[in-house]
Design a protein around this ligand. Sequence first.
Ligand code: ADP
Ligand code: MG
Length: 568
Amino acid sequence: MSKIHALSEQLTNIIAAGEVVERPMGVVKELVENSIDANATHIEVMITQGGLESIVVSDDGQGIDPEDVALAFKRHSTSKISHHDDLLKLSTHGFRGEALPSIASVSNCICITNNGESATKAHISYGKTIEIAPTFASKGTTMRIEGLFLKTPARLKHMKSIPYENALILDVMQKFALSYPNIAFSLTIDDKKVLETRGATLEDVIYRIYGKDVAQHTHYFEAVHHDFKVKGVIGAPHLHRASRKDMVVFTNSRMIRSTSMSKAIIEGMASYIPKDRYPFAIVFIEMDQHLLDVNVHPSKWEVRISKEKELQLWLSQTISQVISKKPITKPVVLSPIQSEYHEPLSMINELDHSMIHQSMPSMHSNVMEVKEEKITSQPNEPKRATVLAQLHKKYILASTHEGLIILDQHAAMERIRFEYYLKQYQDTQHMSAKLMPLVIEDPKALLLKDELIQTFSLINIHVEQLHEHALVIREVPSWLTQVNEEEVIQDVVTLLSEGTMRKQDILHRLLATLACHSSIRFNDQLSMAQMQKIVDDLFLCDQPYHCPHGRPTMMNVTLETLYKEFGR
Ligand code: ADP
Ligand code: MG
């Protein structure tokens, strides 16, 4: 008896679904792409229970003709291409004709569509057609997906928490909104509207997604090469992020994941941000369709770009030119010095030194508040390294009895601040409160509310729900100074939404994040006194040689090496 047989259509669709729609976010992506391909101007998405209970995508696009509805749910049926040549000049997101049959094979799917003349309803449940019949509806298409993966338990097992799935969906919707600012998008998760754009400009979308601080500190750019065009926005260096998440790249309006394009952005910004941090950048690359192969993976996240190396180099040079012409430090808002408040270093130069009279008694005292006369009275004078100069506003050169040490100023300061925060965390008597109502409206933070509350409670920061669309922090421990709380929250949200914060690492990551945000940066000009304070404080740390992320804080060149190299 023959052992080989063709698989049933239902089974091939389920297999395809594994690649096309790995998780609820994939379903949302495919359905919204169909709405965009149908020239919709309004696209509304509603999610319940991370998309596992239901996903509804409604659009006002051109709809599906009644005679095509059944076909739309058949594998490899598409209205978007007909000939091989069409693959070389694709202008639509879809072309494989796989999404609808795949989705309908792993869910209970109801489609209501109107092409402007007549309306049709199709009900397909886990691959079986239940009904296709005329109905009433306004122009456009509504796809309702229920009970996703309910009958494919292996797939269901891959799902992470509901907030995590929600965060992925929000992320993909934000990318659609960025690449199609002219379309009005809305996303409602469990009855809460978490994204709403008006179909206006990119500036408007950036403001709505990332908020005022980002919107005010982004630089728009455009450049042309003989094969490529690029435009987009780069965030000022201080907007650096904990992960690659806010480096968003589109090729011919498709969101893609591309290691080489991410590298180009990172390289372009390399001189301006710390090594283990990532730039904020939204980059739209346009090229002739002949140079772009999108038929690489069913979910279409990956593409093949001809002349990719050339593009990578040009993009990185373009970004580096753009950023080199912009002011690179964050404008500082002056506020009066209070008794236990310690001003950021960047402000010290601008302030009357007579105002700086506070000093913290702790051994990891605040490096920001430098008193010139203190330097001459350091107790550990045999151990001391004496600062010689600052190199390129990035490194501190200091002489020791063994030779020369070169310190990475940001890494050194991170170590000092990290140990300072660790000590404060362990030493609960410093827990009096500093009042600072801070309202958090970031939709991603709201989705991850419970995780956020738990994480911040570790360091006695109490996050509460203010109202449906906002959380609030009313007070922070008084030792938590110099930190830009909004940046820290943004980082923690990013780490939580990526699932990269392991429970056992949370406290370390949180303290490292605080340390990073309260440290002087690469490219901050320092006075001799400030540098000496950093060096002295670093040598008082328990682990002076590495920053909290494990990178070295200093290098040394011994006198012996110098004698040898100079042939003495
Ligand atoms: P593809 O997008 O690759 O063509 P799909 O399975 O996603 O394949 O969709 C099949 C077909 O159904 C599309 O080619 C299109 O003609 C039609 N279709 C799907 N969604 C919509 C929609 N929202 N509006 C209009 N037509 C749609
Ligand atoms: Mg499609």
